[in-house]
Design a protein. Structure first.
Lengths: 354, 354
DNA sequence: GGCGATACTGTTAGCGCTAACCTTGACGGC
DNA sequence: GCCGTCAAGGTTAGCGCTAACAGTATCGCC
């Protein structure tokens, strides 16, 4: 199937140029240069530093490139310039809207600046994250965006040996050497619990799933708020390693009933759990919030529409993505970002379910 | 901040080797080779073709590489081997779960084989798709996965000039030269409409949003089924360019009421619209399905939990991703896939809302 | 008329890796 | 002992691009 050397006829007019696109069948910069009658570097500049080429020639180069179907080879460019124009982004899950919206923020910031995101999914596992970091380092990314702050020891080694800047998203780091953009998950947990206390609930439960550091921080906020009120009771806390889903939220209502729980309110660590709980309460005829109050976290789109609507805490995930990417752009430009730790805050949203 | 040329001391023992990692600060293959006392090509083989290196030496190479923090440079590898081990994947939206699950199927198939996905979001625009194709061709992808079949003329030119294989997802193509994996959207629309007719509904409405080709195909299926029954009425079709959302579904119920629509059933082109409609009916006291039947499309997770539960058509999106990726792997291996057009079918799910 | 400054384009070398070929030595069959 | 074969590793060249420096005009100024 190889087409190399198929043409034995010498073409003496062409001096040293090899036949166009020896391997891949694609035109190269040299092919374009030859056609225009200039050198390759000028073609390179016409694309990368247009201000260095006189407009008329630049236009001729671009037109010729277009007509030849020339597309720059990113691998060659990255190799020669030691800049990959690529940012590696690691998120725990792609089915969780929270991270998808963060990604959207990152994209909206990076793409106009010519950077591309290489997306990796860690499935909430630091080991998988380590593996992905190793894999993505092969692409010599100009920057890294990581979710959370719990990395394996090996991953930390990679990161500190790395010259490319790294920004941590979602959680905030106190370490002055690290960069982070996020909000205080602990405060979120505290905010909601304080609200429930203010509404008069006294036997407040907490359902924690996935058990990732952010969930546990919310649990901490819940616990601290209840401890301060002298109302913390370990038996009203459920910890499950499963991933968050509507189905699991519904199942939790069944379980609470089966266990004869005395909770007058339940704070679910995530909105989809809370939505499932709402649906199941409706099905079982449990009146919300009279018999049982239900609260969620994250403010997913459906939460404003369920019956009753869901009290929750909105997290600024799109903004987190944007700001983290902006911080990274600063760092990649060699500039120091205005802040090394950016708290974007939370918005408490009281609705009908509490 | 630059550390280049900091060490002026010559080391005469080293003959022609330049100082380690001249630009990026990272170890190269040659650095590892020198340390082990072998040539670079053997290091390359230890990683890429392990069976060509005796186990003992291979282990020594891998250990040394590890201890030096060596990570292969993907750009150099891609340039030298003309294989990027990268597949470009273009989807219309990242916030639509349908495509996120397709992505998951693609990942699960590609990653174990060493391929990586470069993800692009077209926002349902063929022009943006064209732009993304151009951008991603710079990465010399070994294959392409595209959503749908409506591409711009220029995009078609790129694709046909390309030697890398392309597979189209979601919709099916009749063209024998193209490869596609999906299901018949038209059949989905017909299936649901036939069901509604069988249940005795006669004034069936259709709400089409986004107006992408798949939505329009569903609309076609709806129209054909109703025309066959002699019940098609253009005034019961709503076409909106907006993107699908719960909020819009709720708003549509308000609009139908305001317009005094006589529909006894409404078929929404997407589940989140239908969910929004269900929520709004509940809020407004419209009994579903007695006063108004509601149907959706795609079977999103919440649809099995709303009150009433939502009648819908499940699309095999995860399987589509897997099979499309598998087909591409075959093609990239130079093998012909068993089928060039793979219909994965649909599953009709009757629930309480109709 | 000589010097420097400015604007544009070219030359050279090499980024880090791998394809294709080459060398070496061990082994076995006749 | 000659030849072929195979296994294990090395040599050479070059993938397509860009950094760094090097021309070559053109212009202005004293």
């Amino acid at each position: 199937m190889t087409t190399r050397g198929g043409d034995g006829t010498a073409t003496p007019a062409v001096k040293t140029r090899k036949p166009r696109s020896s391997r891949t069948g694609r035109a190269t910069m040299a092919d374009v240069a030859e056609r225009v009658g200039i050198s390759a570097i000028t073609v390179s500049r016409a694309f990368k530093r247009p201000e260095l080429v006189v407009p008329e020639l630049r236009q001729r180069i671009l037109d010729t490139a277009q007509s030849m179907g020339y597309v720059p080879n990113q691998a060659a460019s990255a190799l020669a310039s030691a800049r990959s124009m690529t940012v590696a982004v690691l998120i725990p899950s792609m089915t969780n809207m929270v991270f998808v919206e963060t990604l959207a923020g990152i994209h909206d910031m990076l793409l106009p600046r010519g950077y591309r995101a290489l997306i990796g999914v860690t499935h909430y596992s630091p080991e998988e994250e380590e593996r992905l970091i190793r894999t993505y380092l092969q692409f010599q990314p100009d920057g890294l965006l990581l979710t959370g702050t719990d990395h394996t020891a090996v991953a930390r080694t990679y990161l500190s040996a790395l010259s490319s800047p790294t920004v941590h998203m979602m959680e905030l780091l106190d370490d002055p050497d690290s960069l982070s953009v996020g909000c205080s998950q602990e405060e979120g947990g505290r905010l909601m619990t304080t609200h429930l206390l203010a509404r008069g609930y006294r036997r407040i439960g907490f359902v924690a799933v996935q058990l990732d550091p952010r969930t546990l921080a919310r649990l901490d906020g819940y616990r601290h708020a209840l401890e301060e009120a002298g109302l913390y009771d370990e038996t009203r806390v459920w910890r499950l390693p499963d991933r968050s889903s509507i189905q699991l939220g519904a199942a939790m209502i069944d379980r609470l009933m089966a266990e004869g729980s005395d909770c007058d309110a339940v704070f679910f660590c995530n909105d989809d759990l809370a939505q499932g709980a709402l649906f199941q309460c409706q099905r079982r005829g449990i009146r919300v919030p009279d018999q049982l109050a239900i609260a969620g976290f994250n403010d997913l789109p459906a939460s404003a529409w369920t019956t009753p609507t869901l009290t929750t805490v909105a997290t600024p995930r799109y903004a987190i993505g944007r700001h983290a990417a902006a911080m990274l752009l600063d760092l990649m430009d060699g500039k120091d970002p205005p802040q090394r730790r950016l708290d974007l805050g939370l918005t408490f949203i009281a609705r009908e379910s509490t």
